[in-house]
Design a binder for this molecule. Structure first.
Ligand SMILES: [Cu+2]
Length: 142
């Protein structure tokens, strides 16, 4: 009886504890757009959140599912929409940068596996200090 009560209390406490992020960088609501068969590239989106009190300078994106991964920005100049590569991305302390259609996005090229809607994509992000973060992104038809 007493054991059961303690167990219930500890489960409640665990449920109420603020979920402290385990790493200084998280990729929230991240997803990769499903590719139609035969497509050579796709894009990834989400919110890169810096939980540390230092600027995080992202220098590289890699994935075993793609031969070439880069960060792009869609910019409109003189009414013409263009993409350009962003070699480094600075995320301010406790700040975040959103990757969304029409703005920053991950450009995923040279697929090494089929990225259908049932698959997931592993993504590694490296910052200037050499720290690497690994994320598992769902492939979504959207
Ligand atoms: Cu692009």
């Amino acid at each position: 009886m007493k054991y059961g009560f303690l167990l219930a209390v500890s489960i409640l406490l665990a449920a109420c504890a603020p979920s402290a992020p385990e790493q200084s960088l998280t990729f929230e609501d991240a997803w990769v757009r499903a590719m139609p068969p035969g497509a050579g590239m796709t894009a990834g989106f989400g919110r890169l959140v810096n939980h540390s009190d230092l600027v995080l300078e992202i220098t590289a994106f890699t994935s075993p599912a793609f031969g070439d991964v880069s960060l792009h920005e869609t910019v409109t100049e003189n009414g013409v929409s263009q993409m350009r590569e962003v070699p480094r991305l600075s995320i301010p302390p406790d700040g975040e940068i959103e990757l969304a259609p029409g703005a920053y996005h991950l450009m995923l090229m040279m697929p090494t596996q089929a990225s259908g809607p049932q698959n997931r994509v592993t993504l590694q992000i490296e910052e200037s200090g050499g720290q690497k973060f690994t994320f598992d992104l769902p492939v979504v038809r959207r």
